[in-house]
Design a binder for this molecule. Structure first.
Ligand code: PLP
Length: 279
């Protein structure tokens, strides 16, 4: 059923609302086509599996529904949020109380980041937390982003674009809704899944593009000191692609302007998705 946003209703007993008991994906279109839809739906299925939410329909049927919703929205480009909640039922933490998993697909016009952010780079802050990843749902895209929201609130108050989450030992994990890469001594480093990150779809494509460009890559832990002394830093996400980072906690990175490697990777990524080199 396709509805206008103001017509769509979800029960106040929905467990996504009551407990953040839901998983989701953020997807975007290029030329009206959802990018990497299969990869997103595979991750959604993995996320749902990690927290034992049964998929309410086969993956291929959900893909058709998502495509239908995108077509109906008629946006030049769309931002899509595909969610699965455990559904509603009597209150209580027992997951067995949920009657039937619920799916919701939200489609909005895509708001591109200002071109200046790609041209000049952005500032980020860091946010240390003892429990960066929920031990049970590790690696799953579950809807509870409270730690990240608080981190981003602090970042925005400091005039920064994004917050990087540090784990208990001070290693950099990822952004609040992005993955992080640092170019250090000519090697591109990004933290591994075991560190407790969400394995980004854009991250995977960037790793592939870096390989094609002959840039050496290491997937390994990223101490804050390594990030601070890197020659280039960038973050990646579905909606933002590749954004150069030129300041971390007020300290300038490398040459203080987006680096050559970052720009080359972004240009190659944009070529891959069928766009021109410049954002
Ligand atoms: N890490 C977190 C915690 C995220 O929420 C996101 C995206 O929302 C990402 C990384 C980037 O993932 P993707 O490239 O799949 O958008």
């Amino acid at each position: 059923m396709i509805l206008q946003p103001e017509e769509a209703k979800v029960s106040v007993y929905d467990r996504g609302f009551l407990y953040g008991d839901s998983v989701f994906e953020t997807i975007r279109t290029y030329a009206g086509e959802p990018f990497a839809l299969d990869e997103h739906l595979a991750r959604l299925e993995r996320s749902a599996g990690r927290v034992a939410i049964p998929l309410p329909l086969p993956r291929a049927d959900f893909a058709l529904e998502i495509r239908r919703a995108i077509r109906a929205a008629r946006n030049p480009e769309s931002y899509v949020r595909a969610m699965i909640t455990r559904g509603s039922g009597p209150m209580g933490l027992d997951t067995g109380l949920a009657e039937k998993a619920l799916r919701v697909v939200l489609v909005e016009p895509l708001q591109a980041l200002p071109a200046t952010m790609y041209r000049d780079g952005v500032a980020v802050t860091t946010f240390k937390t003892r429990r960066a990843a929920d031990e049970v749902a590790q690696g799953a895209k579950v809807s509870n982003y409270l730690t990240s929201m608080m981190a981003l609130k602090e970042a925005r108050a400091a005039g920064a674009h994004e917050a990087l989450i540090l784990d208990g030992s001070g290693d950099v994990l990822e952004g609040t809704t992005s993955n992080v890469f640092a170019l250090t001594q000519g090697v591109l480093v990004t933290p591994p899944e075991e560190a407790g990150i969400l394995v980004g779809i854009t991250r995977a494509h960037v790793l592939e593009v870096a390989g094609e460009l002959g840039i050496p890559v290491r997937v390994e832990r990223l101490p804050l000191e390594t990030l601070r002394s890197a020659t280039e830093v960038f973050i990646t996400s579905t909606l933002r692609e590749i954004v150069p980072v030129v300041r971390v906690d007020g300290q300038e990175i490398g040459a203080r302007v987006p680096g050559r490697t970052t720009r080359a990777i972004h240009a190659a990524f944009r070529q891959k998705v069928g766009l021109g080199a410049e954002p």
